[in-house]
Write a protein that binds this ligand. Sequence first.
Ligand code: AMO
Length: 468
Amino acid sequence: MRILVKEILNKESQEVELAGFVNSRRDHGKIIFIDLKDRSGIAQVVFTPQIGDFYKLAENLRQGWVIKIRGLVKLRPKGMENPELLTGKYEIEAKSLEIVSRAEALPIEVDTDGYGINEEIRMKYRYLDLRRNRLTRNLKARAKVFKFIRDFLTERDFIEVETPILTKSTPEGARDYLAPSRLQPGKFYALPQSPQQYKQLLMVAGLERYFQLSRCFRDEDTRGDRQPEFTQLDIEMSFVSQEEILNLIEEMFIELVKKFYPEKTITQIPFPRLTYQETMEKCKSDKPDLRKNSKNPNELAFIFIYDFPMFEWREEEKRFDAVHHPFTRPKIEDIKEMKKNPSKILAHQYDFILNGNEIGGGSLRSYKPEVLEAVFKIMGHSKEQIKNKFGHLLEAFSFGVPDHGGIALGLDRIIMVLQNEPSIREVIAFPKTGDGRDLMMQAPTKVELEQLKELHLKVIDEKEKGLV
Ligand code: AMO
C-alpha cells in the first residue's frame, strides 16, 4: 500500500511504496538520485545499476514525471544528511519503478518561490504554478483558517446558510455581472455583489445568527487587493449591538493568530476603536497602518473604525449615495431631520483594518421600513423604483423584523496579510488577470450563435455600438 513521504520517518529497514512527482534528478557516477515529492514533502530515492531494467527505466526520468516506487528505507551515509528536509536523515533504496505519466519540459520552474516569473505565464499554467511549495502552503493555510472560522462560529450557535448566486442586483457600489435567463426572455439574473439582502431576510426568518463563506462578484477594475470574484466571511445577527459584533470579530482574530500564527504579534489588544473623524484627523486616511514597524512582516495592527458619514454627495450624478450601502442604519431616526441635511448624518457603520488594508465592513441595519424608505428617497430613488428594487425587503419587514446588524470580512485579503503575500492572487487557487481574464481556461470566450439565440441575445460589436 502506498504511504506518504513523511511516513518513512518510522519505517527504517522496511520496504515501502511511494508515489509522486519527480521534483529533481541528480546523477553521481552510476547512481541516480531522485527527489520524489508528494503532498506531504520530499524524499530522496536512490537507483543503482543492481536493479537492472528498473535502473534503465530510471535513466529516463525527468522533472515533472509521475512515478510509483517500491524501496527500502535506509539511514543516509554519515555526512550526507539534509537538515532542510523533514526526511533528510533517510533515503529510499529503489527496488522497482513504475512510470505513471511522463511530462514535457515544464514551461515554468516549480521548485522556486516563483516571484520572479512573469505572472501571465504563471496564470496560464496555474496547475503547475500551484505545485510550488509557497502556493501549496497558501492553499493549506487558507483551508485551515476557513475551518477554524466555521468551527469558531458554529460553536457560538451560528448557522451556516448558502444563499443564491443567480439573484437580483444588490447595491454594493460596483457593476453587476449579469446572467441571461433562457426561460424568461429578455430578463437577467445578477450575480451577488454580496449576500446582503438574503442575510437580512434570514433575520426576518428568525435565524438570529447566520454566517457564510460566500462568493461575491463585482465588475470593477481589478487590483492587487481586488478580484472580480472573491470570498467573504459574511455574518448577520439579530438583537445585537455594534459592540457585540466587534467583540466577536476581535475574539476570533486573537484566537486565530494565536493558533496558526504564533510567530506574529498583535500591535494592540484590545484592537483600537476610532471614530472616522478621529482617524481622518490623526492619520489622514480611512485605512491607516498602525504598525509600530511597518517593515516587520510579523506585526499585525488591527483597527476598527466607526461612525462613518451615512451619505456622500455624488457631484457627477447630482445626488446623495450611501457611503456603505443603503441598508445601513442612520444614527438619527427623525426622518425630517435626516432629510434636512443628509451630509451631516452619521451611520452605525464600521470598517475593519489590518496593516493598512480594508479587511471588513459592516453596519447595524435600518429595520424600520419608513427609515429605509427615507434613505432610498434621499439617494434619489422614486417611489416606483423603491418598489421595484427593494419592495420584497420592505414587504418582508412588514411581517415583523428583529433589529439586526452584521459584518463581512474579505477573506482573500486577510489570508494575503497573514501569509505575507503582496497580492490576493497569491492566495486564490485560480485568480483572474487585471482585465478579468482566466488565462488558463481562456475565459471569457465567444459563444456559438445558437447559444445566444437560445438566450434571446445579440452581440453588438464595437462599430455598431458607436451607431446605437
Ligand atoms: P463591503 O463591500 O465593505 O461590505 O465588503 C466587505 C469586504 O470584502 C472585501 N472586498 C473585496 N475583496 C477582494 N476583492 C474585491 N473586489 C472586494 N470587494 C470587497 C473587503 C471588504 O472590506 N454587504 C456588506 C457587508 C455588511 O454590511 O455586512 C459588504 O459587502 O475586505
